[in-house]
Design a protein around this ligand. Sequence first.
Ligand code: BGP
Length: 472
Amino acid sequence: MIHKTLKPFPKDFLWGASTSAYQVEGANLEDGKGPSCQDVKVVPEGTSDLTVCADQYHRYKEDIALMAEMGFKTYRFSIAWTRILPQGTGEVNPKGIEYYNNVINECLKYGIEPLVTMFHFDMPAALDERGSWGNRDSVDWFVNFAKVMFENFGDRVKYWLTINEQNVLTLSGPVIGTLHLPEGCTNELKEIYQQNHHMLVAQAKAMALCHEMLPDAKIGPAPNISLVYPASCKPEDVLAAQNFNAIRNWLYLDMAVYGVYNNIVWSWLEENDATPEFAEGDAEALKNGHPDFIGFNYYNTATCEWSDGSEDLSGASDQQTSKGITGMYKGYRNTHLPTTEFGWEIDPMGFRATIREMYSRYRLPLLVTENGLGAYDTLTEDGKVHDQYRIRYYQDHISQVRLAISDGCEMLGYCPWSAVDLISTHEGMVKRYGFIYVDRDEFDLKTLDRYRKDSFYWYKKVIASNGEDLSD
Ligand code: BGP
């Protein structure tokens, strides 16, 4: 639709940005924090470990002051499970509670709404040893952690996100460093979707508990959603795109919103003898979840074509460049899209298409919890970072959010990745995303001082004009 007039961003639109604890905080074993799976994993060769990161644990005041200077209305951060419960269950660590109280209060001091992710890729190592999400008890572990958070922070935190990118954990666990397969596992698919089922139940129970304990709070999931295009208008390719959309996107949202398994995914699991086991009460718990909004991360779309079942697509696990699943879909390189320096496709229009599709399927307010450009940034001698490429990326993407709003989609806010430079999931410190530059290299920690990038000043202007002024 080509609009004659564009609707404005809502007046209380939540402009902000995101981070996650294990990528930004550092101090990974300080003040009683226990190790998470991220602290014990072998990091990819040539990339930094996660002991110091951007050192936000010691510099949160400075970071939040800079966010306030940009005019943030919200800051999305995650709470490290092992800072609160070092062993995942059992004793609460008072220092961990104190730290997040400080962060929350610091945000509120500036009128910044804390937007808390409850789980961002950092399963306590002690629980990892007990089988992680593969253990049925993981549902109770997570609900207990949720309860501790609601009790301690619920008087001030009004917006909660359950599990960051559960779909990426399921589809690309090895890339994130989180996949846990028991020894002797003979049906990997069944095991993975059993873990996924536990996460879905845990999420539903946490949402219900939130509503019970904090009637004024809002809670939602935060999957990575991006529309899958068919490679052509061949009906076979359209069916393939429906398959991949179901596996990549709708499984997670159909369950979060309607409490049912997506039928295409369920049939596929049935055929592979991989349907998850339901424990008593699961079906009911899944029905009782009810998110208030949908948080979602968007980086790029995917494209695929028909797989006739004869190809060997095994070993495909990276959802960004997915090779496909035999008999379901085959990955296809979309030649209409440019890529980032790290090979990720860039598709602003796909952002609008994704928002439209999601809104028409679920009719819940949408909150962008990630979107952004990973790039090599350079600090000049006079302390500047000229990241025009990032400004361009945001201009293109925020314009599409505005168009989606004009299409009638209800949007709550926009929190790109990331507020501050931090360590990437698997490509180290050199892949920077922040509005705020952190002076450190992959292995040389340097001063860890903060510098405002050009995009910092630009975003400040965008927020001040409530998205009206996107010019350079
Ligand atoms: C998302 C994760 C983030 C973040 C981001 C960028 O998948 O939720 O934790 O890291 O992607 O990805 P990467 O760091 O791999 O560039």
